[in-house]
Each structure stands twice: as structure tokens, then as C-alpha cells.
Design a binder for this molecule. Structure first.
Ligand code: SUG
Length: 440
């Protein structure tokens, strides 16, 4: 039985917009109220998937959450027809309209935390959708995300999709953006490295620490994770804009690529020695002298996808980096030095343009959920969600047919956008044979 890493990207939905909803996310704040380009955004996401498919990697995708989510407006006291609710929200509480229109489910790294079957006690692949309770626009994602995961991983012999953790501040969870599965090779059991921002109810940082230790522990417990380690993010990183750990660190196989300021230093030493006992662990630490924390966060260097070779061997690794890393002098020079250094495994960098997502703080690694799967498990994935070239062509045709070129935040007030979005998603569900995934 051979295991492979498969990346599932979140399709970027037709209402992609910049509403400045994410406190502590510098790009979201900077681009708040700018005009977005939904068609370009979705096509950039599809092209990123195509880049991986062409390199020989296994790739899948997820449906976007249906937006606007009118069940939330109804829950918040709006009444009448769909169009009447949109009109009333636009007049009375435009911030609630932005919340129910957000296309934030594109960032699949926050969809769930995953434990592969090699690492779980019952030999199943476990998924827990993230409750994302720190931000209002993302806290509404998990019921739909659970349905979407159950649509894609629809075989209970191999897959167990849990419900999100109890939505309370103590159990704040942001999914795989704060979790890395490390191991010598993909063919042997590994370690789940859970990174959390806070261990108490109180937020001691200027920006919110979105992941709690209790949430990470609960997930390891319910997934039956055999080997779990818990490491705290440094408050310096959170306050510099690392609202998720995947903004300052990325790991895969034996390699962990991270910024010097990513973790609480004393904990890091103990965790790294434990990892080194369990695998041929390779820590690739980038010092602040080489790349400042500010440059790391504005370029999203660590939000690159860190990939093994396409055949799954982990001796050599490859980065899929955002073009912002090529545009930043210090970061680009660092990457050139990195790949020339043969004492570490990263051998190549491919730059991808995902600027529309980046402008909301989502880089290449945010857009994907990694799942380590055996051949039998891959055969059990709903085949309509596997990204072949043909399927990607069908998706880009669908985007070209339905998406607007431009969207300004004020456009959310027009009920016509709701009709367009639901029509687009109805056609998508039809294309993918999954009508039940959406309830408008
Ligand atoms: O949760 N941005 C997202 C970006 C998520 C990136 N994901 C990872 N790092 N894995 C967030 O902060 C901005 C939406 C807006 O402002 O319109 C937003 O939600």
C-alpha cells in the first residue's frame, strides 16, 4: 500500500471581495474596501492547481461555501424574501452583509484539521472542520464545510468527518493552518505537530491568538492521534501579523521551514529534540538577519507549499511560493541562496500568482488542505473532486461563464449579486453531481 500527499484547494467563490474583516491580518486591513476581481481570483486558484497537476502531484478541490448565507441573516433577525433581507441588511447593518457574503472558505487550510490513517488509532482518516470562532465571517463556515467534506470524503469505511469543536472561546480552532504532519517518509507513521497561540481564555497579544491549546488537544484526542506534540506560537509573531502559524512556518515529511521568531523559544528546543528522536528531522530556520519578520509576513515566504518529489520521496523538497517572494529583494536573494545550499533538502522554487487571495492574507498554502492518503483511500475519494486537466478546464469554463470581473464592497447591496451567485453554485453542483451539498 503506497501513501501519497494530496492537496485539496478551495475553489474561490463568485463573491470574493475585500471587506477588511480579519483583525490581525495585515493584508485584509490594508486592502479593506478595495475593488476585487473575482474572475481573476478564481482563475488564479485554478492555475495554481494546474501547476501542481502538471508537475505530477495529486490534486483535488473543494466547493466554495454558498454565499450569501441567508440563514445567518435570518438568525440575526432579518425577515422577508431573500431580496428584502439583502436590502434591509444593506441599510441597517452593512457589516453583516459583508459577513454573510465573504468568500473566505477559499482558504482550505482553515477548513479542517486532518489526521491520516497511518497516524490514527482506528486506521481511518479523520477530519474536524475548524470552528473559526475568532472572526464572525469565518465562524459561519463550519456547517457548510462539514457537508462539503462529507461530499468529497463520502466513504465511511475510510473517512471519519467529525463536527466542529464546541464553539466557545476556550476551544477556538483554525484548522490545519496550525497543524503539520511530520515524518521520515509518507509510508510510515508520523507526528502531528499542533501549534497554538494561547493556552488560557485571556488574549495576551495585541492581535487575537486564534488557536487554543485546548482545541488542539481535543482534536488529537478525538482523532486518536498516536503521536501529537503541542508547540506555542510566539506572541511576537502574532503581533507582527502571523494570525495563523502557516504565515511563519511550513513543514512536510522530515522538514520544518520556519522563521526564527515563529515559536516560543524554550518550548521549541524541547519539541525539536523530541522530533529528532522520532525521525531524521531537518529544521530549516530562517534568521531575522536573513529575512525580517516584516518581510516574511508581507511576502508570505512561509505560506509557500512545501512539497516532496511528485513520486512522494521526501529526500528532496520543493517550494510553491507566491510571486510576492520574487518581488521582495531580500526574500528572493534568500531563496536563491537556499536552493544553492545542498546541506538542506529544498531544491527548487516555483512562483505562482495568487495575488487576489494574497490581498486578503491568503497565500498558496492557505488555499489548500493537505491529506495523506493510501491508494485505496484515493480510490474512495469522490472522483468528481479530483483535479484532472479536463476537470480544471470545466471549472475555468464555469468561472468564465458566471463570475464578475470586478466587485466593489458597495455591490454587495444589490440583490442581483445574490441571484448570480446562487445560479453559479447551482450550475457547479450540477457539474459535480452534488446538489445536496448546497441548501440556499
Ligand atoms: O482568516 N482572510 C483570512 C485569510 C486566511 C488565510 N489562511 C491561512 N493563513 N491559512 C483570515 O484572516 C479576509 C476577509 C476580508 O477581509 O474580506 C480573511 O478572512
Amino acid at each position: 500500500m503506497t501513501f501519497h500527499e494530496m492537496n485539496f484547494d478551495g475553489l474561490i467563490g463568485p463573491t470574493h471581495n475585500y471587506s477588511g474583516l480579519a483583525v490581525g491580518n495585515l493584508a485584509s486591513a490594508k486592502n479593506a474596501k478595495n475593488t476585487s476581481f473575482p474572475k481573476e481570483a478564481a482563475l488564479q486558484g485554478i492555475e495554481k492547481m494546474r501547476t501542481l497537476v502538471r508537475k505530477g502531484y495529486k490534486q483535488g478541490f473543494f466547493l466554495p461555501n454558498a454565499r450569501p448565507d441567508l440563514s445567518v441573516l435570518r438568525n440575526l433577525g432579518f425577515t422577508g424574501t431573500n431580496s428584502q433581507m439583502i436590502n434591509k441588511a444593506a441599510k441597517q447593518a452593512p457589516e453583516l452583509l459583508s459577513m454573510v457574503y465573504s468568500a473566505s472558505s477559499m482558504w482550505a487550510a482553515n477548513a479542517a484539521t486532518v489526521t491520516p490513517s497511518l497516524d490514527s488509532r482506528d486506521g481511518k482518516v479523520h477530519f474536524t472542520p475548524a470552528n473559526l470562532l475568532t472572526t464572525a465571517h469565518r465562524a459561519i463556515e463550519h456547517p457548510q464545510t462539514e457537508r462539503i467534506l462529507k461530499t468529497v470524503f463520502n466513504n465511511s469505511k475510510y473517512f471519519k468527518v467529525h463536527s466542529a469543536l464546541y464553539s466557545q472561546n476556550e476551544f477556538a480552532d483554525e484548522g490545519a493552518a496550525n497543524h503539520t504532519r511530520l515524518g521520515g517518509t509518507y509510508q510510515e507513521p508520523g507526528v502531528g505537530l499542533f501549534v497554538y497561540g494561547r493556552s488560557s481564555q485571556a488574549n495576551l497579544t495585541r492581535f487575537p491568538a486564534r488557536q487554543t491549546l485546548k482545541a488542539s488537544q481535543a482534536i488529537a484526542r478525538s482523532h486518536g492521534t498516536r503521536e501529537a506534540l503541542f508547540l506555542q506560537q510566539s506572541s511576537v509573531a502574532i503581533d507582527a501579523g502571523a494570525f495563523h502559524n502557516d504565515v511563519v512556518a511550513v513543514g512536510n515529511g522530515p522538514a520544518l521551514f520556519f522563521h526564527e521568531d515563529a515559536f516560543v523559544a524554550e518550548q521549541q528546543t524541547a519539541i525539536f529534540s523530541s522530533l529528532a528522536e522520532q525521525m531524521p528531522f531537518k529544521a530549516i530556520c530562517v534568521s531575522r538577519d536573513e529575512v525580517s519578520l516584516a518581510d516574511a509576513i508581507s511576502s508570505y515566504l512561509f505560506n509557500s507549499q512545501l512539497l516532496a518529489n511528485p513520486d512522494g520521496s521526501t529526500g528532496e523538497m520543493h517550494l510553491i511560493a507566491p510571486t510576492e517572494c520574487r518581488d521582495n529583494k531580500a526574500v528572493f536573494a534568500y531563496l536563491e541562496r537556499l536552493i544553492a545550499d545542498t546541506t538542506q533538502p529544498i531544491r527548487s522554487v516555483t512562483y505562482v500568482d495568487v495575488r487576489q487571495s494574497m490581498s486578503n492574507g491568503g497565500g498558496p498554502a492557505c488555499l489548500r488542505l493537505r491529506v495523506l492518503l493510501s491508494d485505496d483511500e484515493i480510490a474512495a475519494v469522490n472522483p468528481n473532486f479530483i483535479a484532472t486537466e479536463e476537470q480544471l478546464n470545466a471549472l475555468s469554463d464555469w468561472v468564465n461563464q458566471h463570475y464578475r470581473d470586478e466587485l466593489a464592497p458597495a455591490d454587495l447591496a444589490d440583490p442581483e449579486l445574490m441571484i448570480e451567485s446562487y445560479d453559479a453554485l447551482t450550475d457547479l453542483a450540477d457539474l459535480l453531481g452534488c446538489e445536496a451539498a448546497y441548501k440556499f
